[in-house]
Structures are given as C-alpha cells and as structure tokens.
Design a protein around this ligand. Sequence first.
Ligand code: ADP
Length: 312
Amino acid sequence: MKIINDLNLKKQAHDLGVKIWQTPGFMFIMLGVIAVVIMTATFFISQNYDSPELVVLAESSVVIIVLAVGNSVISLVEQMLKLNRMKSEFVSIASHQLRTPLSAIRWETELLLSKYRKSVSAKQQKSIKNIDMLSSRMTHLVNDLLDVARIDQDKLIIKKKSMDISLPINEIVAENKQLAKSKHIEIIFDAKKKMPLVFADPEKIRMVIENLFNNAIKYTIDYGKIEIKLSENGNMLICAVKDSGIGIPAEQHKRIFEKFFRSDNVARYQTEGTGLGLYIAKNIIEQMGGKIWFESMENSGSIFSFSIPIFK
Ligand code: ADP
C-alpha cells in the first residue's frame, strides 16, 4: 500500500506543495532507471569476461548500493520538503492571525484621532500618530509575509482583466507627492499620454508599481529625480521607473530578486526594509505573463522595468 502511495506522484506533489519532478517518488523512479542503465552497461562490459558469477555479483552490488544511497537521499529530501511546507503554513497562519488585531489597533487610533481628538492633548496626538504609523508599517510587513507564503505554496490568486495602467501610477504619484517634496525629489510622469489597456490584476499591478516607486523614493538621496515611463514593445507594455538614487553594487545584481536580499550599500543607508518587495513583484509579474528586470550603477541610479501583455 505504501509503495502505491509513494508512486502516486500527483498526490505527493500536492501534499508537499512541489512540482511532480521534485517529489521523492519521481526521484525514486529516476534512481530505478539509473540502476537499469548501470546494469545494462555492466552486462555489456562483462561480456569480455568469462565468469557469469562475477557478473551477477557485480550487478547486484551496484543495485544494492544505488538503492541504499537513493533511499536515504529520498527520506532526507522528503523530510526537508515537509518541514518547508510546515514553515510556509506557519507563516501563512501567523500572518492571518496578526492581521485582525493590527486592523483593530489602526481602527482605534483613527477613532482617537477623529472622534476624540478634542479630549486628546497635542503631545498625546503625536504619540497616537506614531502608533498609527508603526502599526501601518507592521500591517505592510504582515501582508508581505502572507504574499510570500502564498507564492511559496503556489496559492497566489491573480484575477486578470483589462485595465489602464496609468490610473494606479497617477494615484501612487499623488499619494507620494508630499514625501517626494520633503526630500526635494522631482517626479516626472506624462499622465496625458494615451497608452493601450493591459490584461492584468489591477490590485497586484498596483502593488508592483507601488513597490518600485517606493524603492525609488527610499533609495534616492535629496534633490534627486524619478521618472516613470510607459512604452510599447510588440504585444507588451513596458513600465520603467528610473531614479537618480544610490544604485546597486554590480557584484550584487544577480541576487536582487531573491527573498530577503538587501544590498550592502542600502543596509548602511536605509535601515527600514525587508527585501521581500522585489521577490513578490517578480512572482506577480511572471504569473501575469510578463517579465521584470533592472539596470543599475552604484551612486548613479537605477531603472526598474516590467512588461505586461497588452489587452487584445
Ligand atoms: P526592501 O526595499 O524592503 O529592502 P525590496 O525587495 O523592494 O526590499 O528590494 C530589495 C533590495 O533591492 C533593496 O534592499 C535594495 O538593496 C535594492 N533596491 C531595490 N530598488 C532599488 C533602487 N531603486 N535603488 C537602489 N537599490 C534598490
């Protein structure tokens, strides 16, 4: 029964949250194939020798060794995959549970700042605003962790429809106007330029643009410039966010879309950040049929771009 269960690759892949070719069962079958190939090779080589006992002994030893090694590798892989799945499930449950009290805290602080504003002193108001800002940051982090868990479990839901990508860009630019002004950063975006509609998930696309734009502001020193450009390339629309910020050291370019990765220069300059935004953005864009990439030079600036299918 266990053998039949072990060979049910689809069920195994589902239970462990991995692709079929990554399941222990698949690896076991591959080891069997390798054993057969080695045995056949041994047979042909041994034709040059007279003793059949020697051939049988050699073949049996090879098979036993391959199976023993294979079995221990497979149990180890199985254990690791189970642990990995448990970790993703834990992150997902913990993030879900944290969201409710966090929303309640934000709701209560908003109430204090609106309805009970008159009975709260200026000093107390400042503290409440601080609590509100910190709980908003924590909500953001919890949401990011939830998205990472969804991505790792292949459970990210994308609901695509036709949309005008300049709408979320305009909103994000307006929301961040004050912050950019306080850092004397000029924002350039031609909102009037008519672009074709894209086929994407509006909420997720907003998350990606928000991440690229927030990074551009976060990693640009005062008196810089951020430019958002939309262009067409065949059946894809390209969105590029260019900044004149601190850039990324060349030797760390290949790691930039990794989970939790933050470049050395950034860690020194900006303590706030998780290294999750670009990992999530890459997964979202690729699941919508697009690509994400960047060009960057340390101390000169970066251009983060993504492509997304045009709506036909
Ligand atoms: P976070 O910004 O929270 O650290 P992200 O996943 O958004 O996480 O970015 C990962 C890393 O990529 C950043 O920590 C930084 O090192 C680098 N990075 C992203 N965008 C920029 C940018 N516009 N300029 C310089 N570095 C950037």
